[in-house]
Design a protein around this ligand. Structure first.
Ligand code: PTT
Ligand code: SF4
Length: 606
């Protein structure tokens, strides 16, 4: 198939060996790229290893659409066995590194082993070098971005970890371009455990496609189509920040560690407030929707705000000054910490302090304490040590019922949607293939605009439909989903782009089938690495079942455990999984995963 470079780059940091391998046609046909390639490689190569040992591998994976002249195609999946959850982990980052990786002649890069000393990789087409990074170790992602650009040129793709990743904070991320961040389930810690500070990529080639003229023409039409959309102008002004007011209005804003669902100071943090202090915007390569909102933070440094960052570091901590929230956010970017997990960890500590479970005093909205905590978490010092493995682990340590308000699923902290009155979104968090993430099925806007209170089978079907599109199609083609989600860019463009690039027409049903194959393999990976499965792992945090908010339009409402359980049973049935959440043998075989069924079966799981 055209449209792929057809090559995988493998670098072993233990022995310095570099190899280039062919990617088979069946791999392309069955897994497409991005997340599909990543899970196939992890299933085949990363088995029962400690995620922070040299046996783990980290995968930088693009798809057939990545780097092509079409809307929002500058994305890359970064995946590994997660040190935060112990299961499949990935994130999707917008970065010039994705474009340069393809231009350098690779669809995927796999980094394995462990370097003796801090190092970074320099990939210049066929030339791949492991360079000394001792001068970079300990420095922030922003400083290193400048140093590496100065050293290797501005027109390069740079991926970096900060001190958080170096110190193996288990929710540390990979940063690029001073503001793009990806790999929530600890992809930064995996790089840190390999002594890998960063990757610099310079590619000079082109990726041959089946019909270049058609692709160029359709790419142009796609960009124009986006600009003509009714909500394009508003999107440019607020980007994802428009969600904050929506969440407040609909009583699903994470407030005080998800205890409440509205925040009396929300107007000081929302999209309209952002517009007042916004100084610039930026975003990912090849995108005309540039949604990174730049503001000057409380210490007058630029900081890039998205809804999740503000939701989790703002109302969830009781913070009411957007510039102070921006400062915490900038610190997270410099240190390379995921803002969602970070916000959840700080909120957890504030609640623990309020309940007297820790001796340190820190009240809701206490900016100075929050600021100190961010620094301590990044350095793994003081109270930072208690939460450096995430809230699941911290709750185990302090006990006394705190696991009920440790806001996580499978070890990954849930993102910024309070679901005490959103059963569909709760199921989406419960069944996300990386833990408590909204990325696979953001059903909440559909749910609120239809029948919010129902626990219907139709809702379960909608979760699966969204998982196929968002978690399957977009993660495998490896393009940004926001044009479709936010300005209604038609899904019909994607089979068209695929045809112009690869010469092969994929129907939406074929894409769905690939998405389902990938989902089954991700689930099998969790089961294999956990040595079994318990359906309790597919439950959202207990707080949503047991404690209702005390204010707002949905005061007193909480999730119903029995009805959630029924939804989960439907979910398993529709996916062809057992009532323990394990894919049935015939389901795996139907997706060409016979070997996977055998491997799980031998362990008595299927
Ligand atoms: C994503 C998660 C999100 S989801 C946000 S804000 W969002 C947070 N951003 C962080 C940040 O910034 N700094 C930081 N230190 N930590 C952060 N953690 C949080 O990470 C991001 C955009 C956004 S902004 C979203 S919804 C969409 N996500 C996509 C996706 O997952 N897949 C896809 N095909 N397209 C997507 N498009 C959008 O991309 P993770 P980015 Mg991201 C400062 O990384 O691990 O997936 O977690 O990468 O380039 O910053 O783009 O309201
Ligand atoms: Fe990046 Fe935003 Fe554009 Fe998506 S819409 S590619 S996240 S700038």
């Amino acid at each position: 198939m055209k449209g792929y470079t057809g090559r995988l780059l493998r670098v072993n940091l233990s022995d310095g060996k570099v190899s280039k391998e062919a990617i088979s046609d069946s791999m392309k046909e069955n897994f497409l790229g991005g997340r599909g390639f990543a899970i196939k490689l992890l299933w085949d190569e990363v088995k029962h290893v400690d995620p922070l040992s040299e046996e783990n591998k980290i995968i930088f994976s693009t798809g057939p659409l990545t780097g092509q002249p079409l809307p929002s195609s500058g994305k890359m999946v970064i995946a590994s066995k997660s040190p935060l959850t112990g299961g499949y982990g990935d994130g999707n980052i917008g970065t010039m590194a994705s474009v340069h990786l393809r231009r350098a002649g690779y669809d995927v890069a796999v980094v394995e082993g462990k370097s003796e000393k801090p190092c970074y990789l320099l990939i210049e087409d066929d030339k791949v070098q492991i360079k000394d990074a001792s001068g970079l170790w300990g420095k922030s992602t922003f400083e290193c971005q400048d140093i590496l650009e100065e050293r290797h040129g501005k027109n390069t793709g740079v991926l970096l970890i900060g001190p958080g990743g170096e110190n193996r904070v288990r929710f540390s991320v990979v940063l690029s371009q001073k503001g793009r961040a990806g790999g929530r389930p600890g992809m930064g810690a995996v790089m840190g455990s390999k002594n890998l500070k960063g990757i610099v990529i310079k590619g000079s080639g082109t990726i041959p496609v089946a019909d270049e003229n058609k692709l160029k023409a359709m790419g142009k039409q796609g960009y124009a189509d986006i600009m003509a959309k009714g909500n394009y102008e508003f999107w440019k002004r607020q980007g994802t920040m428009q969600v904050l007011d929506w969440c407040h209005q609909n009583a699903c804003l994470p407030t005080f560690n998800f205890r409440e669902s509205v925040f009396e100071h929300s107007k000081q943090l929302d999209g309209a407030m952002l517009e007042k202090i916004k100084v610039d915007r930026k975003g990912c390569p090849l995108c005309n929707m540039q949604c990174g909102n730049i503001v000057n933070d409380a210490s007058a440094h630029p900081s890039e705000l998205d809804y999740e960052n503000v939701g989790m570091l703002g109302p969830n901590l009781g913070m009411k000054d957007l510039r102070e929230v921006a400062l915490l956010n900038r610190m997270a970017d410099e240190l390379g910490l995921d803002t969602i997990s970070l916000g959840s960890c700080i909120a957890f500590l504030m609640e623990a302090s309020e309940k007297g479970l820790i001796k340190e005093k820190m009240g809701w909205g206490d900016f100075e304490s929050a600021r100190k905590l961010v620094a301590d978490i990044g350095r793994g010092e003081g109270l930072g040590k208690l939460v450096a493995h995430g809230v699941r682990s911290a709750a185990k340590e302090i006990g006394r019922g705190s696991e009920k308000w440790a806001m996580q699923v499978k070890g990954l902290e849930v993102s910024a949607y309070n679901c005490h009155a959103c059963p569909g979104m709760a199921l989406s968090f419960g069944t996300s293939p990386i833990g408590g993430s909204h990325k696979d099925a953001w059903i909440i806007s559909w749910e609120i605009s239809t029948d919010r209170s129902s626990y219907s089978e139709d809702k379960v079907k909608k979760v699966i439909e969204l998982q196929r599109l968002r978690g399957g199609l977009f993660e495998c083609l490896t393009v940004c989903r926001l044009p479709w989600v936010e300005v209604d860019f038609g899904l019909h463009w994607y089979p068209e782009y695929m045809e112009a690039i690869t010469g092969r027409r994929f129907s939406m049903e074929e894409f769905d089938r690939i998405g389902d194959r990938v989902y089954n393999l991700m689930r099998a990976y969790w089961i294999r690495e956990n040595g079994g499965w318990d359906r309790q792992a597919d439950y959202p945090p207990a707080r949503w079942f047991e404690e209702a908010p005390s204010s707002g339009s949905l005061e007193g409402v909480k999730l119903d455990r029995e009805k959630y359980d029924q939804m989960l049973s439907w979910y398993y049935e529709l996916r062809g999984w057992s009532q323990q959440g394990i894919p049935l043998k015939e389901t795996l075989e139907q997706f060409g995963l016979k070997g996977v069924a055998e491997e799980l079966g031998h362990n008595g799981h299927v």
